[in-house]
Design a protein around this ligand. Structure first.
Ligand code: SF4
Ligand code: SF4
Length: 341
């Protein structure tokens, strides 16, 4: 009966059409939504390509040749200042951590115990919100990170302050999750202040994700589990201690103008610059941080000033051998300088 029916009636989906066949007669119906989406993607690609062309034209000839020779055309949009809507600042609530990962790009295995004080946090968040939300309600946003942010004794107060100044913007908590199980006080605050919970799954931990995800479901939290297949690796970000890296190499860097770090009133295009202080202190080297490496948010007059600053190469990039970055099997840190050089 089924096969007989198929002989007289069938429906087939083609890329932009549905083809209905009745008694050998074919009717093609346009799938408008798919077609509209394809046109939108096409338009977006044209806009993107035009923007890339404009940026390429604006570069000094030597930089332009570097981009062409190394086929870095797709990286060019990093040089475009971000919009307020997608300008998120990462803030270290602690510098130390209850895990000890090799090659940590916040240098936590080398850091002394440090807890961000509430006054500094509130002062900075208030000013950052003023600049990013001035013209856009729901502009900006915060990523609360570390070290391990759940080690901070005033974490619930921190959520409250963050939400006070960013009533409509995303607030993320990035944690390794070790301190989450049974921590109803923190989970209540995450729920109350609508914090987006992001847990990175580390291969050496055996967290009770059943318990955590049950709570997440019960409380209807916004939630993301990173590396759920236990495939987290370590990424080696080597420094050149002499600071002789090619001045265009930063264009390949995934931190640049993406993992924007706010630290004690200063904004950096990436976290390696401010937190390299732990590396320099521990190994008694001196990676110089100059005035060109940050912008003081309390002196900046407008959001545009922040956005333009973060899209410009800081001097510190001379230390980062971005081309030599590589991944390796996850392991704990032995605090060897080779993990960062
Ligand atoms: S959990 Fe994150 S912050 Fe802590 S040591 Fe590992 S990579 Fe660094
Ligand atoms: S200093 Fe430059 S190259 Fe190094 S991580 Fe930061 S943005 Fe990337």
């Amino acid at each position: 009966m089924g096969n007989e029916f198929k002989k007289v009636f069938s429906v087939k989906n083609e890329i932009y059409h549905k083809v209905i066949q009745i008694f050998g007669l074919k009717i093609k119906i346009l799938n408008e939504n798919l077609l509209k989406q394809a046109i939108k993607n096409f338009d977006n690609n044209i806009v993107k390509e035009n923007e890339q062309k404009e940026i390429l034209k604006s570069l000094e000839p030597e930089f332009r040749n570097y981009v062409i020779d190394n086929d870095l055309y797709n990286m060019l949009l990093k040089l475009k200042p971000r919009n307020a809507e997608n300008f998120i600042a990462e803030i270290n609530l602690t510098d130390h951590c209850n895990l000890n990962c090799q090659c940590c790009d916040h240098f936590s295995p080398l850091a002394d115990e440090f807890y961000l004080d509430l006054e500094t946090f509130e002062k900075d968040v208030k000013q950052f919100a003023k600049l990013t939300c001035e013209n856009v309600m729901g502009g900006g946003g915060l990523s609360l990170i570390g070290g391990e942010p759940l080690l901070h004794p005033d974490i619930c107060k921190i959520f409250e302050i963050a939400r006070k100044y960013f009533p409509q913007s995303p607030i993320w908590l990035i944690t390794n999750g070790i301190l989450l199980k049974g921590n109803t006080k923190v989970l209540d605050a995450i729920q109350k202040y609508d914090v987006y919970l992001k847990i990175t799954q580390y291969p050496i931990l055996n967290l009770d994700f059943n318990w955590i995800e049950n709570e997440v479901k019960k409380r209807k939290l916004q939630y993301l589990r990173l590396f759920p297949n236990n495939d987290k690796i370590s990424v080696h970000h080597p420094f050149d201690l002499q600071g002789n890296v090619c001045k265009y190499e930063y264009l390949r860097c995934y931190h640049f103008n993406h993992c924007i770090a706010l630290r004690k009133g200063k904004l950096y295009t990436c976290p390696l610059i401010p937190y390299s202080e732990h590396f320099s202190r521990y190994f008694k080297t001196e990676l110089k941080i100059s005035e060109n490496d940050y912008i003081d948010i309390h002196k900046a007059k407008s959001f545009d000033e922040l956005a333009r600053f973060c899209a410009k190469r800081p001097d510190f990039c001379r230390y980062c051998k971005v081309k030599e970055r590589n991944s390796r099997k996850f392991a704990l840190s032995e605090k060897s300088i080779l993990e960062w050089t």
